[in-house]
Design a protein around this ligand. Sequence first.
Ligand code: SF4
Ligand code: SF4
Ligand code: SF4
Ligand code: FES
Length: 944
Amino acid sequence: MNKTRQIDLGTPASTAAESVKIEIDGLPATVKAGSSILRAARESGVDIPKLCSTDNLKPFGSCRLCLVEVEGRKGYPASCTTPVEAGMKIRTQTEALSRIRRNVMELYISDHPLDCLTCSANGDCELQDMAGAVGLREVRYGFDGENHLDAPVDASNPYFQFDASKCIVCSRCVRACDEVQGTFALTIEGRGFESKVSAGMNEGFLDSECVSCGACVQACPTATLMEKSIVDHGMPDHSVVTTCAYCGVGCSFQVEMKGDQVVRMTPYKDGQANHGHSCVKGRFAWGYASHRDRVMKPLIRENTSDPWREVDWDEAIGYAAKRFKEIRAEHGRKSIGGITSSRCTNEEVFVVQKLVRAGFGNNNVDTCARVCHSPTGYGLKTTLGTSAGTQPFDSVMDADVIMVIGANPTVAHPVFASQMKRRLREGAQLIVVDPREIGLVRSPHIEAAHHLPLSPGTNVPMINALAHVIVQEGLVDDAYVHERCDLDSFEAWKAMILKPENSPEAVAKTAGVDAHSIRAAARLYGGAKNAAIYYGLGVTEHSQGSTMVMGMANLAMATGNIGRSGVGVNPLRGQNNVQGSCDMGSFPHELPGYRPVADDEVRNRFEQHWGVTIDPEPGFRIPNMFDAACAGEFKGMYIQGEDLAQSDPNTHHVETALSSMECIVVQDLFLNETAKFAHVFLPGTSFLEKDGTFINAERRINRVRPVMEAQQGKDEWLITQELAQAMGYPMNYESAAQIMDEIAELTPTFNNVSFEFLDEVGSVQWPCNEAAPMGTPIMHIDQFVRGKGLFVETDYVPTEERTNRKFPLLLTTGRILSQYNVGAQTRRTENNVWYGEDLLEVHPHDAETRGIRDGQLVALASRKGDITLRAKITTRVKPGVVYTTFHNPETGANVVTTEYSDWATNCPEYKVTAVQIAPASHRSGWQQEFAARARQQGKIAETN
Ligand code: SF4
Ligand code: SF4
Ligand code: SF4
Ligand code: FES
């Protein structure tokens, strides 16, 4: 049997609190009431044969292999569909049962190719196991009757194949797609002998609704649905549990290895964020880690027009340190800085901010959270007292009303979306506040009660209008507010919210949503027993991003929806470790644990530990670094795993800033867009090589474990450490575990955390310390972290970015499922089959008035620049709004975005840009320059 297979207890666990006593094969057992006999037996160490059941799907009772005898009952009930009862006496092995099971297996095997020894599932096939378990030695029916042995193989999906000749029509795949993933892409067509699994309307998997999550592949007990990597390389021989390096859901995976080669990633059932589910990115898109583009040797060059020169680690690190020291000597202590990465581990991030503070001698450190969730940190800390979401993902299963604002979970946080959809199918109501009709608004068995398609930039008036109705119609939870919140701030907020300009009728025109819908949505949210808010970058990436975060916190506090399961204000954080990179002190004004660098007591603690004096003055944020670079005052940057040139807004400005610096050091897997401006390139490691921790959107600290040595020869924390040493600051960790020990010692919310502890308990949600030794799934239970919840007035200040006759449309941006952010990883995988280029979504009305056809090249122009891309005509966007993604560097979506940003945190306003579109015949000037630069850099790379 496959050594890496995870335990399958047959049917889902019972949620009952009580136990019952039963007898199985003459032995007493105490099991949970409500368990199936199959599960109770397996938990008691008795393996009843089974095929159609598995423990993450409801029992189905179709294969008839799991039959048992129950004393006092007639016949042979299926153990997977029969619940235990107190005093039940069950027999799982009798002559009659053996005979029936052999007959069942004989029928299956007579219509199955007898190629076990050469089958890719050999050793990992439940059919094979069951044939052995029931003692099937021969098949009496022969193989020449009617059968399915010539059924075709569908290999259209890039990652898995469907070999219909091996299908036993157990329907596990269909049920996995329905119950676990919630896509409903598969059906069983036909009846009896004719029945077969079909994707979509009898299409291939690739053309169907399938989103390639792999749940069906995992559920399939035979080799019918099988990963191509297993077909190509064979079965794994060992595995390591680690954490996905894509999004903030933080799914746990079992990385399955054959020798030193990864052959499969299987979602880990005990993963507390994903419970054994995954999406296409985490499960299949890991090939980038060994892509030929990956740089394996350090590179240096004097000028960015010079060819790169391959050097050894000592020379590269020594060269970077020398140039940084020269800059510092000439331009002052504050002329250099560093950027940490939300793709890296906490330990890797911690040492970078320490290098900047202790080695560079300033606080010029910032992180990519600046451009995504910095308003979350500000807004939630101000109102509730802590810079993070309030709930675990599982809390959604207790929500009665779910409000999704500015987020598209089915593409950006797919595994959480599947869980949310499960709750919606159980009956929870859904409100979607988004300019686009995202997939959740209408999907199989789900229809939002309200979709408020507001105009980009009008979140704040919308949240104020929702709150207006709550206050005006008496839906405030007065007892909660009086007990838990700051009453002066509540009264001031209430007076502001009741102003006529915040009524739905007044906001309707601004937001482009009718007042009746706003009122109905507010009543639904305000009247719910448990109402939960989930939000994303559609909230934060605005000039009033922080205001909106506080507006949502106000609404949740006013309705008593914080501090228990099923409620809360929950940021769906983008990158795998964006929460952690913020927690680790990546902001220029805060040391680890969000403690102000200006606070003497906090600073002293770090100074004593680090043996240096820390600058009390906050450093530059990313946009300040760019401005200072353009002004000739900021000259050097150490950039860990972040592609500023592609991901930051107003590309022209970013490129000018990067070009004007004297030393840029990029540490990454690939020569990314920023590396085109770099003088030193330090090759990084993929998640498969990292030892450390990531923190997901629910504050869960998950272990990241290496399955192989650092392929380029050095762990990333060690690269930073050696750079610190070369700069003259002694940093002497011997392992990533030691770095976590220091984080725990210096950061009160992490006091109890260590690798050893995490390996023992799986994962914990911070705060994890003496007061909460096993972590804190739900925040603010008895009181808010700040004491009394603070209401903040959220007056609407429209963005300065306005439409006019020249730029009459509003551009907003987002993601798609198969690609990830700047695409550095996913573009180097087969995921490109789903989405090879960024498209511009245009409403049919806007397209028609401009003579734009579907698929046509269009010019997209803003006040900042212009690009061209292909049009996709769709009613998902409303008239006046266009939408695109930013996954491809050659598209340059950020050429058109503006420098406007959140008033509190400088988070860029990616979501609102006034634009015009027109048919085009050629690529834009910037795109042509980009292509020329890419060719030139390609030549440089070839010549080194
Ligand atoms: S493809 Fe696999 S899971 Fe689906 S019905 Fe066939 S054997 Fe069962
Ligand atoms: S891969 Fe996922 S979405 Fe596609 S058919 Fe299988 S379960 Fe459904
Ligand atoms: S949902 Fe996010 S964390 Fe989970 S597998 Fe997909 S990308 Fe990875
Ligand atoms: S496992 Fe019970 S009927 Fe198939």
